[in-house]
Write a protein that binds this ligand. Sequence first.
Ligand SMILES: Nc1ncnc2c1ncn2[C@@H]1O[C@H](COP(=O)(O)OP(=O)(O)OP(=O)(O)O)[C@@H](O)[C@H]1O
Ligand SMILES: [Mg+2]
Length: 331
Amino acid sequence: MRLRSGVAIDLGTVNSLVHIHGRGVVLDEPSAIALMRPTGHPTMVGARADDLTGKEPTAVKVVHPLREGVISDLDAAASMLQAFLRRAHFHTSLRLPRAVICVPSGASFIERQALVAAVSLHRPRLGVRLVDEPLAAAVGAGVDPLGNEGVLVVDIGGGTTEAALVVGARMVRVRPLRIGGNAMDEAIVQGIKGELGLQIGHRAAEQLKKTLGLTGGAEGAALVVGIDTAHGTLREDRVEGAVVAAALEHVVAPIIESVEELLWEMPPDLADSVVRHKGQLAGGGALLLGLASRLHAATGITTVVVDDPLRSVVRGAAILLERHYDLLAPT
Ligand SMILES: Nc1ncnc2c1ncn2[C@@H]1O[C@H](COP(=O)(O)OP(=O)(O)OP(=O)(O)O)[C@@H](O)[C@H]1O
Ligand SMILES: [Mg+2]
């Protein structure tokens, strides 16, 4: 009989992932919940709720309960999480139920407690431990939690960016920023409005970010449909890669700066192993075309995108849950 049940959760600004002990990642959904007005009763969660964003009927409100990596709407976050855990068939009826929850390293005490409260709701026996996201990302990228080597990891999510120097299961330096992929999308919306007089939606901006990135991608340009800001009419326009790259710079420049600042603070004894292990780029933002080489050029450290970067944080949390739970401090 299996005595232990465990769950690792990466509750992200954009995506939530749930790993169940012994079963792997069983849920990977957008962090969204649709609530009925005026009762607040949940009707949909995850992808189905997210798909309604911007086109919801008046009787429904779509909520993305996390902002900049932390819970901004506790009730909605708790409802969403409970629905995800039900869908993942996570049961706490077995002995010693455990949870490892990922949290941005810049989260305050209160923000951390909000996460613990959201996951513990109706599960009083659940032992909850928090892990800082860059540490989980590093473990997910293959860093040995019992090791003694320094590794540079940069986790770029939807709402946060965290650059950290990790040694084993410890972060020795960290630079958290409350910007990420969502800020990139917003910068593209503003850039295209300014350059082309075209108001585009955030979905279209995200698509441009993914196809053009910092390099212009394979085509160097892409078509987009928006509303002409002068005439209020629909217009399709060709967007050059340089326009998107210039807009992205508003977000990419502070990210690169934070990594440079982190490296200035690096204990010299770690320099050798940090260079040997290369910079590890994790999170969805790691996939931004041209970012790894920009970081290499700025820091002099070869930088690589980790395997399956959208899952590196939950992968690391799962390893900590299943093999190194005692390394994490009790909440
Ligand atoms: N190919 C791509 N190029 C650029 N950005 C991408 C790509 N694929 C996904 N993204 C971006 O990655 C972000 C989501 O990443 P991720 O799931 O790691 O964030 P999150 O964990 O939900 O957020 P956070 O950790 O900040 O709370 C989105 O902004 C998405 O647009
Ligand atoms: Mg994340």
